[in-house]
Design a protein around this ligand. Structure first.
Ligand code: ACO
Length: 327
């Protein structure tokens, strides 16, 4: 059996930091409210000239280097993002060209904060099928370019960031993607969206001038959904793999809100040592969140070869899902 093994990981975040104290000067909020409700202390934000591709390129290059992969050996570039540089071409094509992956196909996967979970499962299936041997998967979002900086209920939550992995097909190993679960419920599209620029409200149209221009979110509805979805997806993917929470060495959940992470942790009965949290430094980086977490966990020595890692994410769609990986 061919396994899709993560052989290298990279990351990138913008240099510019925006703290809760900075936000206090922008909107009617406080460090105390943000920390209490979300766990976030600061986030990184892109500057003019930076975009999804600029972060994705750096993350991809680091992943290639770590895995000792030549750009021309990459056969596919798959980027999970909903904040791509343009409507088209895809951000994965921009990354493909910049890193010199001259022999690769390239496409984006749009699943908001579950973008990396979705992209990794798509890539993993293609590697396991034997059709592709080496695939680059990137998760990146720059939602701070789309939030309304006057809307305190959304602008305090998001940050920008990217992570990338190189997947390689291998036999005779139990490392690699073990199981994935992808789910969706489009009836919840009304709870979180950014409508402008799509074909319903094209840029320049009358409708695109109003609220459609920015990220809209019904926070309490998304919160309710997330608490359920995170725990549920984790239990289902473990069950499908014939495993239990006790088998998990590290849990790397989507970093949207500390309280949501803690409720999933409680449901799984995991102690703090087995839960990775960096939401305090980056906020919700959407598609970048999980690979950024995996990257930092590995750098901190909390994720080692052979460990069983469980990732889970949820986002606009609504979509949610989980990946179980033997690192
Ligand atoms: N500072 C101070 N007060 C605030 C702020 C703020 N930044 N934002 C909202 N408030 C106020 C509200 O106006 C409200 O005041 P009111 O009671 O006078 O009306 C009060 O705080 C409570 O608001 P709630 O929305 O009930 O607060 P809650 O405890 O639910 O926390 C939050 C809000 C943090 C947004 C939470 O609902 C949440 O995390 N939701 C999930 C969001 C999420 O994860 N989104 C990611 C989706 S992923 C994707 O695809 C991009």
């Amino acid at each position: 059996m061919i396994r899709a093994v993560i052989e290298g990981i990279g990351h990138s975040v913008p240099e510019k930091k925006l703290t809760n104290e900075d936000l206090e000067r922008l909107v009617d909020t406080s460090d105390e409210w943000i920390v209490q409700r979300t766990g976030i202390k600061e986030r990184r934000i892109t500057s003019p000239g930076e975009a999804a591709s600029t972060l994705g390129i750096v993350a991809a290059q680091e992943a290639l280097e770590e895995s000792g992969t030549k750009p021309e050996d990459i056969q596919l570039v798959i980027c999970g993002t909903v904040t791509g540089d343009y409507q088209f071409p895809s951000t994965s094509c921009l990354i493909q060209e910049a890193i010199g992956a001259k022999k690769a196909g390239a496409f984006d996967v749009g699943a908001a904060c579950a973008g990396f979970i979705y992209a990794l499962d798509v890539a993993g299936s293609m590697v396991e099928s034997g059709r592709y041997e080496t695939v680059l998967v990137i998760g990146v979002d720059v939602l701070t370019k789309f939030v309304d900086w006057k809307d305190r209920a959304t602008c305090v939550l998001f940050g920008d960031g990217a992570g990338a992995v190189v997947l390689k097909g291998q036999t005779g190993t139990d490392r690699g993607l073990v199981k994935s679960l992808l789910l969706s419920d489009g009836s919840g599209a009304k709870h979180i969206h950014c409508q402008m620029g799509g074909s319903m409200f094209p840029a320049g149209s009358k409708e695109a001038e109003g609220d459609a221009r920015r990220v809209y979110m019904n926070g309490s509805e998304v919160y309710r959904f997330a608490v359920n979805a995170m725990g549920d997806a984790c239990c289902k993917v473990l069950e499908a793999a014939g495993m239990e929470p006790g088998d998990v060495d590290l849990f790397v959940p989507h970093q949207a809100n500390l309280r949501i992470i803690q409720s999933a942790q409680k449901r799984l009965g995991l102690d703090d040592e087995r839960v990775f949290i960096n939401v305090q430094h980056y906020g919700n980086t959407s598609g970048g969140s999980i690979p950024l977490g995996l990257y930092e966990a590995q750098k901190q020595g909390r994720l080692k070869k052979g460990d069983l890692v469980l990732t889970v994410g949820f986002g606009a769609g609504l979509v949610w899902g989980a990946n179980l990986i033997r690192w």
